[in-house]
Design a protein around this ligand. Structure first.
Ligand code: TPP
Length: 282
């Protein structure tokens, strides 16, 4: 019998890079077709998702997505839902055909994810700053029920400006939680400007450490390094884990990289063609 659990699907480094490239092409097209914003934000977290879902880091079986022992993944930066949906469809949580309905009236693939809309979605998101608190609640419930799952929360750097993030950041170590992981897609931009200029976050790793977390700085586009950290959780520190993934907004498409216009801009047909030529057909 074929084991469909994601923990046993470990791809080689070249395959992982190809998946990321293919997915970026799909996202550019999806933004155009669905008339959806937040392409830059969605491209910046692709490699984080690929490491998690294709690197053998998650104990989740897409064919049994409600198992009590499954790891939980929360996309707290819900505006990057395109990436989340594409990964969930590609790994078998639901049909890839559904992706064509993204952002359309009546679709389950809403601009921001909704709990219960589709398998693999563990929390409603959209209003930034809530995913970590929800993830902490799940992590506590798992520990209280002696269930061995981990909770992975994907946040953004601008989201760290929300006060609720730091309430959860204080509570998790106080509760000696070690099955909670926050991954911060640190692309240094927010909707309207540089994070450092709007409300400075640095030194971010040291901030999480000072709150009692085990923290790591990592190149958020280096899939192997991400997998190395993600596949060793709990990390033996007895603390919750914060991974500061240094990324580039718009990563993978030269004319979108580090250009914050692509927070809101939607590519036209010609831009889709250029982007896809650059990414190459896979
Ligand atoms: C509480 C809240 N305020 C405002 C918004 C509107 N909004 C959507 S994305 C965004 C900022 C995005 O910057 P960041 O969080 O750093 O994510 P990035 O897109 O750069 O990955 C904002 C303010 C929101 N979704 N939630």
């Amino acid at each position: 019998m074929i084991d469909s659990n994601l923990s046993s699907r470990i791809c080689k480094t070249k395959e992982l890079a190809d998946i990321s490239r293919r997915m970026r092409g799909e996202l550019v097209e999806m933004s155009h077709t669905a008339d959806a914003m937040h392409l830059g934000s969605s491209l910046s977290c692709v490699d984080i998702f690929v490491a998690l879902y294709y690197g053998g880091c998650l104990n989740i079986d897409p064919k049994n997505p409600c198992a009590a022992t499954r790891d939980r993944v929360i996309l707290s930066k819900g505006h990057a839902s395109m990436t989340f949906y594409t990964v969930l469809a590609d790994t078998g949580f639901f049909s890839k055909d559904l992706l064509k309905t993204f952002n359309k009236t009546g679709s389950h693939l809403t601009e921001h994810p909704n709990l219960g809309a589709l398998p693999g979605i563990e929390a409603t998101a959209g209003s930034l700053g809530h995913g970590l608190s929800m993830g902490l609640g799940m992590a506590l419930a798992g520990r209280n029920r002696h269930l061995p799952f981990r909770v992975f929360v994907i946040m953004s750097d601008g989201e760290c400006n929300e006060g609720s993030v730091w309430e959860a950041a204080m509570l998790a170590p106080a509760q000696k939680i070690e099955n909670l992981v926050v991954i911060i897609d640190f692309n240094r931009w927010q909707a309207t400007g540089r994070s450092e200029e709007i409300m400075a976050l640095n030194p971010l790793k040291e901030k999480w450490e000072s709150f009692g977390w085990s923290a790591y700085d990592v190149d958020g586009h280096d899939i192997s390094s991400l997998i190395k950290i993600l596949s060793a959780i709990p990390d033996g520190s007895g603390k919750p884990i914060a991974i500061i993934a240094h990324t580039i907004k718009g990563k993978g498409v030269s004319f979108m990289e580090d250009d914050n216009n692509w927070h809101y801009r939607i590519p036209n047909a010609e831009e889709v063609k250029f982007a896809k030529e650059e990414l190459g057909e896979l």
